[in-house]
Design a binder for this molecule. Structure first.
Ligand code: MN
Length: 408
C-alpha cells in the first residue's frame, strides 16, 4: 500500500495587496496551514508529501520566505517531500526560486522535481512532468505516457504535473491543457495535478485529482481549503481519496441590499453574530447593492464599519448606486452639460431599444435620432435590439457616479 498527501497551489508569498496592511496576516496564514498539513502527514505516517506545482506565488519571492519554507520542511526529516515547479514558479533555470541557496543546502528528504523523471519510491514509481515556462498549449501529462511505459509493469505508478483541465470553455488554450483521461491514458494509478484553486472531483475514474488551494484566496471558492489524502492498495486498484480540510482562514461574502434595507439589516445582524466566534479567522466582505440616498448610504456604512471591526479582514465593497432627488439631479446636470446630454441620449436609446423610457427626468434637449443611435452603437458592434433596460440602467449609474466624482 502507498499512502500520501497530495497538495498544490500554496502560492506562498502571495501579496493580497487588496487588503492593505492586513495582507501580511493572510500570508502568515498560509504558513500556519502548511505547518498544520505537515503535522497531519506525520500523524498519518504517510509515505510521501507531494506539492503539484505553485508552492510559491512566483520566482521572485523573498529569500527570507524561501529560507523559512525550506526550514519548515527540514523539521519533518522522516517525511519524503516532492516539490514540482508549476506555472507560477516554473523551473526556468538559474533565475528560478528552486535554484536559491536555501534549496541547494536543503536536506536530502526534500526533493525538487526539476525535470521529467521517474523516481523509485520502493516498488512505487513517482513520474514527474514539471513546468519550465509560464504558458504552453502542450499537455504536460503527455510526457508521462512514455515515462510510465519505461518503469516496471506491476508497480504502483503515481504521476505529478500542473495545468488546466482541458474542459471545453473552462480553460485558456495556452494554460497547459491536461486531457481528462490523462491518468488512464498513461496507465497511471493516480495523477496528482495542481493549478485550479477549487477541488475538482471524480475525473478519469477518480484517478485524476486536482485538490485546489489549501488556503482560500477568493470569495467564491466553495471547494478550497483542502488537501488530498490518498491510499493506493495495489497496482490497478482504484485509489481511496479523502479531502482533508486544512485551511486556517474562512472567506465569507455577505450582502446588504438597499432595495430591502430593513430585511438586509436583520439578516446581516444574524449572519455577523454567527461569524463572531471565528472573527479573527474570517476574511469578510460585505457588498452594498441597490440604490439609496447619500444620507442612508452614509448611515449604513458607519453602522457596518463598526460591525466589521472585530474581523481579521472586514471589507466594505460598495456596488450601490446613488438615488438623487429631482433637485440634486437638476443641479448635477447644470454643472455637467455634456454628460447631461449623454444621460439624455441614454434615455432616448432606451426608448428606441425597449419602447419605454428610463426614469422621469427634468427635460433636456433630447436630439438623438434613431439613425444616429444605430450608427453610434454599430461602431461598438452593439445591436440596438440587443440592449435591455438593465444595460441602460447600468450605463446611467456609471454616468451618474462619474458626474458626482468629477470636478464641476
Ligand atoms: Mn498554477
Amino acid at each position: 500500500m502507498f499512502r500520501f498527501i497530495h497538495s498544490a497551489d500554496w502560492q506562498l508569498g502571495a501579496r493580497f495587496s487588496q487588503f492593505g496592511a492586513k495582507g501580511s496576516a493572510l500570508r502568515e496564514a498560509r504558513l500556519t496551514t502548511l505547518r498544520r498539513t505537515l503535522d497531519l502527514a506525520r500523524q498519518k505516517s504517510v509515505d510521501a508529501f507531494l506539492v503539484a506545482g505553485d508552492l510559491f506565488e512566483d520566482n521572485q519571492v523573498d529569500e527570507a520566505l524561501v529560507s523559512q519554507v525550506v526550514g519548515m520542511f527540514s523539521d519533518y526529516h522522516t517525511l519524503p517531500i516532492y516539490l514540482l515547479p508549476g506555472n507560477h514558479d516554473p523551473f526556468t533555470g538559474p533565475d528560478s526560486v528552486w535554484q536559491r541557496r536555501s534549496f541547494a543546502k536543503a536536506p536530502a528528504h526534500i526533493h525538487v522535481l526539476t525535470r521529467v523523471e521517474s523516481i523509485d519510491l520502493g516498488g512505487v514509481w513517482l513520474l514527474a512532468s514539471p513546468l519550465q515556462q509560464k504558458l504552453s498549449t502542450v499537455d504536460p501529462s503527455l510526457k508521462l505516457v512514455d515515462l510510465a511505459a519505461s518503469v516496471p509493469a506491476g508497480a504502483i505508478k503515481v504521476g505529478i504535473t500542473h495545468g488546466a483541465l482541458a474542459i471545453e470553455g473552462k480553460h485558456q488554450p495556452n494554460d497547459f491543457p491536461i486531457a481528462l483521461n490523462a491518468a488512464s491514458r498513461a496507465g497511471l494509478d493516480y495523477l496528482a495535478v495542481g493549478h485550479w484553486h477549487n477541488w475538482l472531483p471524480d475525473t478519469d475514474g477518480g484517478r485524476l485529482v486536482m485538490p485546489g488551494t489549501p488556503e482560500p484566496d477568493q470569495f467564491d471558492q466553495d471547494r478550497s481549503g483542502r488537501v488530498a489524502f490518498v491510499e493506493i492498495d495495489a497496482p490497478g486498484v482504484a485509489p481511496r481519496v479523502e479531502a482533508l480540510q486544512v485551511a486556517t482562514l474562512d472567506w465569507k461574502r455577505l450582502t446588504f441590499d438597499f432595495l430591502s434595507a430593513d430585511a438586509s439589516r436583520t439578516s446581516l445582524i444574524h449572519a455577523l453574530s454567527s461569524l463572531a466566534a471565528n472573527a479573527m479567522r474570517t476574511v469578510l466582505r460585505v457588498e452594498l447593492t441597490g440604490t439609496t440616498a447619500p444620507a442612508q448610504l452614509a448611515e449604513v456604512r458607519t453602522w457596518l464599519e463598526g460591525k466589521l471591526s472585530p474581523f481579521l479582514v472586514g471589507q466594505l465593497f460598495d456596488r450601490s448606486s446613488i438615488a438623487l432627488s429631482a433637485a440634486e439631479l437638476v443641479d448635477l446636470q447644470s454643472r455637467h452639460p455634456i454628460l447631461a446630454q449623454v444621460l439624455a441620449d441614454l434615455d432616448q436609446i432606451e426608448v428606441f431599444a425597449t419602447g419605454a423610457g428610463g426614469p422621469p427626468r427634468p427635460p433636456t434637449d433630447a436630439t438623438l435620432t434613431l439613425i444616429e443611435a444605430q450608427r453610434l452603437l454599430a461602431q461598438s458592434k452593439i445591436e440596438l435590439t440587443a440592449l435591455s433596460a438593465e444595460h441602460l440602467t447600468r450605463a446611467r449609474q456609471v454616468l451618474l457616479q462619474t458626474m458626482q466624482e468629477v470636478a464641476p
